[in-house]
Write a protein that binds this ligand. Sequence first.
Ligand code: CP
Ligand code: NVA
Length: 304
Amino acid sequence: MKTRHFLTLLDLTPQELQQVIARATVLKAMRNSGEIYEPMKNKVLGMIFEKSSTRTRVSFEAGMAQLGGQAIFLSSRDTQLGRGEPVEDSARVISSMLDIIMIRTFEHEKLELFARYSKVPVINALTDDYHPCQLLADMQTYTEHRGSIAGKKVVWIGDGNNMCNSYINAARQLDFQLVVACPKGFEPDSTLCAANADRVTIVRTPQEAAKDADLIVTDVWASMGQEEEQKERMEKFVGYQVSPALMDLAHEDAIFMHCLPAHRGEEISEDMLDDPRSVVFDEAENRLHAQKALMEFLLPANNS
Ligand code: CP
Ligand code: NVA
C-alpha cells in the first residue's frame, strides 16, 4: 500500500477530509463517555519540532497515548537534524524505526523532502506556508456548532500567513467562499490565490469583509520566525483587529475562531475570546480529536 502523507489539505480528497472530520467528532464522544479505544498498541509516533508549540505537542502526544500507542518528542536542539544532518538521511533513519511522524518546521520544502524519503506517513504540524492540522480542528468545530460549512462565507482578517493559505485550501476542498482582509503586501500566496480565484476574494477593510460572514478567523500579526518584523507589522496591521463590534457586522449566527496563541490588544480586542461568539477553546480541544482521526486514517490498524 502506498504511504499517504498529510502535508497540505490537498493530500486528502474532499470525501476523505469529511470522513476524518466526522470521525473526529465520534472519537470525541467516545473519549467523553470514557470508552477505551486503543487501535495503535505498539505504534510509535515521532514528533519533530523545530518551532515552539503548546497545542500541537500536547494534542499529538496525548492523542497517541489515548489510542494505545506512544510518542517520542524530538527537538531540533537535541537531535542531529539540528546540527545539519541531511534531511534525506534523517528521514530514512527515523522512519525506519517509527510508524508515523509529525513535523513542525520552517520551510515547507524541508517537510516535502523529509516525506519523500520517509517510509511512513508524515504529517505537517505547521510550516511557514501551511497549518493543515489546525484546519481539521477548525472545520470540525464549525460543523459541531453550525453544521456544514459548504456554501458559507468565511472571512480571514489580518496576515495572509500559513493559516490563511490553509483556509484557501479548505475553501476549495470543502466548498466555501473565503474573503481575506489584509493590508497591501500581506496577501496569502499569490499562486494559491490565482488557482482558487473562484473561491478567494481579497479586500482591504475588515468592515467590508465582515458583512454577512458566517465565520470570522484571525491569527497573530507576526508568526514564528518573523519576530524581528513584529514592530513594523504592528504598525502595518493597525485597524485589522477583530472585536465584538466587528463581529456585529457579520451574520447573526457568525462565530469566531483563532488558532491560538492570541495576542489581546493586537489582532484581537481584550474581550474577543470571552465573547459568546468565540469558539476558540472548543477549537483548541478539537486539535486532539481531529489528529487522532487523522492518525487513524493514515495508519489503519491493519497497516502493520
Ligand atoms: N495552534 C497551534 O498550532 O498552537 P501551538 O503553536 O501551541 O501548537
Ligand atoms: N501563524 C502562526 C500560527 C501559530 C499556531 C505561526 O506560524 O506562528
